[in-house]
Design a protein around this ligand. Structure first.
Ligand SMILES: [Zn+2]
Ligand SMILES: [Zn+2]
Length: 119
């Protein structure tokens, strides 16, 4: 994190974003995930305390097992790069890459990249 080319990290989202704006975000913890985002609305709220609050969340996308078509629950961190590797519990158990390559399929663009488990 040495390279702040566009904005410093001190800028607050509410000061730089407006409804209708499209922007990109690079999430980088060793391997970069590029996100393209759009601001759909703005809302004023009174915030008490300093805790981080989740104001909105997407509906989790549903993925089907690339082997058998049942709902997928896990993703193979190796096979995801060839657009495969979404697996149901049954197929995950016998997956060729091994159990250590499997990550839980969570509601995150980083599913299959990092160890986030959804909690
Ligand atoms: Zn399956
Ligand atoms: Zn695999």
């Amino acid at each position: 994190m040495e390279d702040f080319d566009d904005q410093t990290m001190d800028a607050r989202l509410g000061e730089v974003l407006r409804p209708g704006m499209k922007f990109s975000h690079e999430y980088d913890f060793g391997s970069t995930t590029h996100l393209t985002l759009r601001v759909i609305a703005q809302e004023q709220r009174q915030i008490k305390g300093k805790d981080v609050r989740i104001l909105a969340r997407n509906d989790p996308p549903s993925f089907t097992c690339t082997s058998c078509g049942k709902p997928a629950t896990q993703v193979c961190a190796e096979c995801i790069y060839s657009d495969e590797g979404c697996l149901c519990d049954t197929c995950a158990a016998g997956h060729e890459c091994g159990e250590e390559m499997l990550l839980p399929l969570v509601n995150s663009p980083r599913a299959g990249v990092c160890g986030y488990t959804g909690d």
